[in-house]
Every structure is written in structure tokens, then in C-alpha cells.
Ligand binder design. Structure first.
Ligand code: MN
Ligand code: MN
Length: 297
């Protein structure tokens, strides 16, 4: 591993199973980074505790995935711990992320980041970084909510606006694909219709993903309220009518054959599910995502 950036002031946690702790960003390596911010949450907070709950729950998992037939122990994945957090200051934490990542050459150096939220507004930095590094990036957005509001409760960078903010930075070379969306304003649904971003069945989503050239870079932003609250109650804004783990596996089996260059997984609020099932669920989702980000398929 060749180090390109040293991180400072990171909050060390027990690393995710099958990974090693490192405060450096290295070439040819996938990195797990916790972004424990939930300051714009409008309903129930607690997503700031998500990353460590995911790490803790990972100790109940195997490092091997029977779905993807891959093992974390055969991969180069480091867990960098959590970013230093300014609890109610999105901009300060985001500036820290930007500061340490802005000079990274993700493509040339084969550097990948999987960022764990936190609420969905934390995805701004990681997605922006990938848009800056990859001209023709596809942004795959899995969520119950459209997140296309042009600002929410006087916050332009709200969790409810994250996809809209990213769309501002996309051009005709990029593509936005949304799936799982079952809540939004009429304006948001009209936007999705007009731009043809929304897929409304798993079948049509899979077909669209299959058609993406296998070299084309894809970024996945996964808001865990994508899943049905019956399976995943531990999230701030649960919304009935969601997906199950098997749909997710179908999607990951396709992404595993593609070029998944970055991802974020957000909105686990572990304290809202005292059984611990949501944390265990999220942890398995993280394992599959880390494995799909490893090339060689
Ligand atoms: Mn959501
Ligand atoms: Mn969201």
C-alpha cells in the first residue's frame, strides 16, 4: 500500500471485520470512513451513531459473502475510523473531508472510498469528489425519498436536498438513476419524470444497470430507509412499502460485474431499533458493498 494522504485527528474505532485500521489513504485500496453527522435531521436524530454500530455488528458476520463469492480477507480494505466531527456544523466537517480528499487522484491511483453516515447530507463531499474525478460517472440513488428539494427548512445542504445538490454538479455526460423512491412532493416526482431518473420496478432497474458499459464508473448512494421498516426500523424517517435484502443482493450482483468506484451508506440510527437487527442488516449491506467495490470480476 502506498500512502498518498495522511489523515489527522481521526477518531479511532474498532475496525470493520476483515479490514485493518489505518489513518492513511493509500493507492490501490478501498477505504471505509465514518462521517458521524446528523445536524440537519428534521425528524428523529441518531444517525451520528451509525458508523460505530455498523462496525460493532460486523463482528457477527463472516468476511465471506456467499452472494458474491468473495472474501474481505482477499481484499485490500482499510478502515480509517471517523472524521473529526463538529456536531451541528455540516460545513466544518464537510470542509475537513474536502481538505483531505481534494487532491486525491481516485482513478489514476485506484483509490476507493465507502463513506458511512450520518444523515444523507454527508454524501455531498464523497459524491462531489467522484464527479470531479470521473467525467462520465453514473450516480445510483437508492432511497425511500427523492431528496430533490431545492433546500429544506432554510438549509440548502439538507439531507432532503442532497440529490438535487448533486444534480447541480452533473452534466450531459453523467446519469442519475433513482430507485426505491416512494415519497416526495409532486414537484420532485415531476422532476424525476421529466429527467427520466426514476425506475419503478426492480426488473427495469436491473435492465438499466445491466446496460451500463462495464468500464463506466458508478457511484452508489444508499439511504437505508430504502428498505422496508419491517426489516429496517432503525432509521430516522421510516417509510412503508420498501425493499428487502434480496432485492439489494440482486442489485449488488450486477454492480459486482460493473465498475463501482465509490459509495456511501447513510441513515442508520441504531438507537431507534433496540433489537440491534437494523445495525446487523446495515453491516451486511456494507460487507456486500465493500466486496462489490473490489475489482477482478
Ligand atoms: Mn430517505
Ligand atoms: Mn435520503
Amino acid at each position: 500500500m502506498k500512502t498518498v494522504v495522511e489523515l489527522s485527528e481521526m477518531e479511532q474505532s474498532k475496525p470493520f471485520i476483515g479490514t485493518i485500521y489505518s489513518e492513511t489513504i493509500n493507492k490501490n485500496t478501498t477505504h471505509l470512513i465514518g462521517f458521524c453527522f446528523d445536524g440537519t435531521t428534521s425528524y428523529r436524530p441518531g444517525a451520528r451513531f451509525g458508523p460505530d454500530a455498523i462496525r460493532d455488528a460486523s463482528f457477527g458476520l463472516e468476511t465471506y459473502s456467499p452472494y458474491l463469492d468473495k472474501d474481505l480477507e482477499d481484499s485490500t480494505v482499510v478502515d480509517c475510523g471517523n472524521l473529526p466531527i463538529y456536531p451541528s456544523k455540516w460545513r466544518l466537517t464537510n470542509d475537513y473531508f474536502h481538505g483531505v480528499t481534494k487532491d486525491l487522484k481516485l482513478k489514476e491511483d485506484n483509490i476507493k472510498l465507502l463513506v458511512l453516515g450520518g444523515e444523507h447530507s454527508i454524501s455531498y463531499g464523497p459524491i462531489r469528489l467522484c464527479l470531479d474525478n470521473y467525467d462520465d460517472l453514473v450516480l445510483l440513488h437508492l432511497d425511500a425519498h427523492a431528496d430533490l428539494r431545492d433546500g429544506y427548512l432554510e438549509e440548502k445542504f439538507s439531507h432532503a436536498s442532497i440529490i438535487r445538490r448533486m444534480y447541480d454538479h452533473m452534466d450531459e455526460k453523467n446519469e442519475l438513476i433513482q430507485y426505491g423512491i416512494r415519497s416526495g412532493t409532486k414537484v420532485e416526482f415531476d422532476f424525476m419524470k421529466e429527467k427520466s431518473t426514476l425506475e419503478t420496478s426492480l426488473q427495469s432497474l436491473c435492465k438499466r444497470l445491466e446496460e451500463i458499459d462495464s468500464n463506466r464508473p458508478i457511484y452508489m448512494t444508499l439511504d437505508l430507509d430504502f428498505f422496508d421498516p419491517a426489516f429496517f426500523p432503525g432509521t430516522g424517517t421510516p417509510e412503508a412499502g420498501g425493499e428487502n435484502f434480496h432485492s439489494f443482493v440482486k442489485i449488488m450482483k450486477i454492480l459486482n460485474q460493473k465498475n463501482l468506484v465509490g459509495a456511501d451508506i447513510v441513515e442508520l440510527a441504531p438507537m431507534l431499533d433496540s433489537t440491534g437487527n437494523s445495525s446487523a442488516f446495515a453491516s451486511k449491506v456494507v460487507r456486500e458493498t465493500l466486496l462489490a467495490m473490489q475489482g477482478g470480476n
